[in-house]
Design a protein around this ligand. Structure first.
Ligand SMILES: Cc1cc2nc3c(=O)[nH]c(=O)nc-3n(C[C@H](O)[C@H](O)[C@H](O)COP(=O)(O)OP(=O)(O)OC[C@H]3O[C@@H](n4cnc5c(N)ncnc54)[C@H](O)[C@@H]3O)c2cc1C
Length: 459
């Protein structure tokens, strides 16, 4: 058991001394905050709901701005999802400047601008370096801690929180957001849990999304937002693998196309689709290109429940004309060879075998390939059809697409337009980015903005 004595300087005329006993997962207060002096200045009380990256950064920003901060966390430990990021190595951020970074969030990218002005990716890396977690990008794009440890990232946040006097309450989920009707209108007044009522001048809701329930994902935050009158954009699994109905994919499990190109073959969806690494699995597709398309596919399924047709260009660098040219050349140079053995010069062997089978040319030599089979083959390698009839489960979704409607939140402050004093941060908002170090920077930047402004909120 460790024993921490933490001195909090909250305002010019007040000092608080908290003696915190750290006992496994629980931080308990021995002495409640005492305010010295007779005319104690108003100390803002910020309650943060959720001890993920967004909530912890919000807590730090609010404490730095002079607030007394309590963080409620439903799980028995803070930051469980953070520990799983980047396969336990934590892809903290990437090398894009704010403009390029926002562009990757699609049409709603501008919503991120004010938060990124306060904490862009450069500043985020500097913050972690200053807190003992230097980062590097071995591929010049994806930044990971030099120690390759998500634990180091979480520990830096928790240490900073402890030093700032932030009180974390693990195993204490928020049940109800309290508000009061003052002369100036309705405003937030606190949070009720099963064991306590936490009065608050401001509340930051940072409960994350529905993905990975085992790591804290769930609908509680959406329900709290809904109960206080906020509209919710229907959530769908994002950054999830794509299960397909074609059983042959299992024969190609482990094959990586680097890159492949994937698109939705329905009117209204861009044929350019997404290019990137594509991984065949036993049940479908994974890898960045598939993960990044998954939320769009999930939404398309709502309108096309019978199935969403996908197409894959197996070699995006070879268009139909290039494939035609290869087949013609093989006809003369390797006429007696079987087509599967020729195609696997350009494709992984297991994929070449499947493509040849689907085209009906498994036992055909290059010289005997007729026009119809030739065209079938070219169509398959340039636009291989796959079908999705269901989205992956929430247990496979690295982010939630959808969430609290952005129109109900002021992007300059992240304060609710419906309930003054209530702020939102992180994945709970209808903001989601692709894979590759986009979602954590948003969680941190939004947490910082919400926490800083929340500390300035006056009841
Ligand atoms: C396996 C995996 C790998 C990932 N890898 C990366 C990566 O490498 N890089 C990247 O940028 N992103 C990655 N992500 C996405 C990233 O982890 C999330 O976008 C990010 O954690 C969101 O932060 P958040 O603070 O908004 O939510 P969360 O991290 O989900 O934290 C929310 C917290 O709120 C708590 N909570 C929920 N309801 C309540 C309640 N009622 N009361 C109190 N507490 C509550 C939860 O228990 C949780 O601890 C990954 C996600 C997963 C699942």
């Amino acid at each position: 058991m460790n024993d921490y004595r933490i001195f909090l300087s909250r305002s010019l005329c007040s000092f608080a001394v908290n003696r915190m006993m750290v006992n496994h997962d629980t931080w308990t207060m021995n002495n409640q905050t005492t305010i010295a002096g007779t005319a104690a200045r108003h100390v803002p009380r910020v309650v943060v709901v959720g001890a993920g990256p967004a909530g912890l950064m919000a807590a730090l920003a609010a404490a730095a701005a002079g607030a007394r901060v309590d963080v409620l966390e439903a799980q028995s430990q803070p930051g469980r999802k953070l520990l799983a990021t980047g396969g336990g190595r934590c892809n903290l951020c990437n090398a894009l400047d704010p403009e390029a970074f926002m562009a990757r969030f699609g049409r709603h990218g501008r919503f991120l601008a004010p938060a990124l002005r306060g904490l862009d990716q450069t500043a985020l890396r500097r913050w972690f370096a200053d807190h003992g977690v230097p980062t590097r990008a071995a591929d010049n794009f994806h930044y990971f801690p030099v120690a390759e440890s998500a634990r180091a990232v979480l520990d830096a946040l928790l240490t900073a929180a402890r030093q700032a006097g932030v009180r974390i309450h693990p195993g204490e989920p928020a049940r109800t957001l309290l508000h009061e009707d003052a002369a100036a209108g309705r405003r937030i007044s606190g949070v009720r849990t099963d064991v306590d009522v936490h009065p608050a001048s401001a509340v930051v809701l940072a409960t994350g999304g529905l993905g990975y329930p085992a790591l804290g994902g769930g609908a509680a935050g959406l329900e709290l937002a809904r109960a206080t009158g906020h509209a919710i954009t229907p959530p769908v699994p994002g950054l999830a693998p794509l299960p397909v109905t074609e059983s042959w994919v299992a024969e190609c499990a482990g094959v990586v196309l680097s890159p492949g190109r994937l698109w939705i073959a329905l009117p209204g969806f861009p044929k350019a689709g997404l290019a990137g690494e594509l991984l065949f699995t036993h049940h479908g597709l994974s890898g960045p290109a598939a993960l990044d398309l998954s939320a769009t596919v999930a939404r398309a399924l709502a309108e096309h429940p019978a199935g969403v047709p996908l197409r894959v260009a197996l070699r995006p660098d070879l268009d139909a004309a290039a494939w035609h040219a290869h087949l013609e050349q093989w006809r003369t140079s390797d006429g007696r060879k079987l087509l599967p053995t020729l195609i696997d010069r350009l494709l992984p062997a297991s994929l070449a075998a499947v493509v040849a089978r689907l085209a009906g040319v498994t036992t055909t030599t290059a010289a005997r390939l007729d026009r119809a089979a030739h065209d079938r083959l070219v169509t398959l390698v340039t636009a291989l059809p796959l079908t999705v009839t269901r989205a992956a489960g929430w247990d496979r979704a690295m982010v939630m697409a959808g969430g609290v409607d952005r129109r109900e939140v002021n992007p300059d402050t992240l304060e609710s337009r419906r309930l003054p004093g209530l702020f939102f941060a992180g994945e709970l908002l209808d903001v989601d980015g692709p894979c590759g170090g986009f979602n954590l920077p948003w969680a941190f930047a939004s947490g910082r903005l919400a926490g800083r402004v929340a500390a300035a909120a006056r009841p």
